[in-house]
Design a binder for this molecule. Structure first.
Ligand code: PRP
Ligand code: URA
Length: 209
């Protein structure tokens, strides 16, 4: 069974409260969502593989550490996932970026894939799939399906707010994909929105309705 982890860092929790607030406008919402993504990635990259390397400092030779293992990529689920990409890239500026376009039918809540564009060596990379909201889990499951179909084998799902229903659905469908959230909320309402949640993440990020 995949791990589900809520990142309880005080800065993450404080910033999550800011974007939950309905009075927070687009500009601040966008900035703070990226700041949370940055802090989350800092936390979830603690176990990245390292290797020794010999370098020359101005004072002489030294054996020091550098990252080893798989190269990284960030994969936002469009469109709201775009609101986390800059935060991730601040810490991992060399990461490649893949895009998966997915929208959820407002009535059926079923996800629909409309775009997939990935780095060619996706099978060699460790992926951070980012999407602010994990509600029913349908979009994340379909995005992971799309990635696996194209050869991806190593991925983590990073969300701002998760509903218990979505966590269980992703764990059942993809027991090899660990999930990280800034918050775990109570439930979904009858329209499939997370409660208390933060509303429609895409609309709040981009100022649409
Ligand atoms: C939102 C959100 C997730 C999805 C979550 O996207 O960003 O992708 O809903 O819901 P689920 O877990 O029930 O599938 P939406 O479909 O509203 O599209 P958008 O990002 O273009 O706003
Ligand atoms: N998508 C959102 O943007 N918000 C929710 O609460 C659920 C799905």
């Amino acid at each position: 069974m995949a791990k589900f982890t809520v990142l309880n860092h005080p800065l993450i929790q404080h910033k999550l409260t800011i974007i939950r607030n309905k009075d927070t406008g687009t500009k601040v919402f966008r900035e703070v969502a990226n700041e949370i993504a940055e802090l989350m990635v800092y936390e979830i990259t603690r176990d990245l593989a390292m290797e020794d390397i010999t370098i020359e400092t101005p004072m002489g030779s030294a054996v020091e550490k550098q990252l080893s293992g798989k190269k990284l990529a960030v994969v936002p689920i469009l469109r709201a996932g775009l609101g986390m990409v800059d935060g991730v890239l601040k810490l991992i500026p060399a990461a490649k970026v893949g895009h998966i376009g997915m929208y959820r039918d407002e009535k059926t809540l079923q996800p629909h894939e409309y775009f997939v564009k990935l780095p060619p060596d996706i099978d060699q990379r460790q992926l951070f799939i980012v999407d602010p909201m994990l509600a029913t889990g349908g979009s994340a499951i379909m995005a992971i399906d799309a990635l696996k179909k194209r050869g991806a084998t190593s991925m983590r799902l990073v969300v701002l707010v998760a509903a218990p229903e979505g966590v269980k659905a992703v764990q059942d469908a993809h027991p090899d994909v660990d999930i990280y959230a800034a918050g775990l909320d109570d439930r979904l309402n009858e329209d499939g929105y997370i409660v208390p949640g933060l509303g429609d993440a895409g609309d709040r990020l981009f100022g649409t309705k």
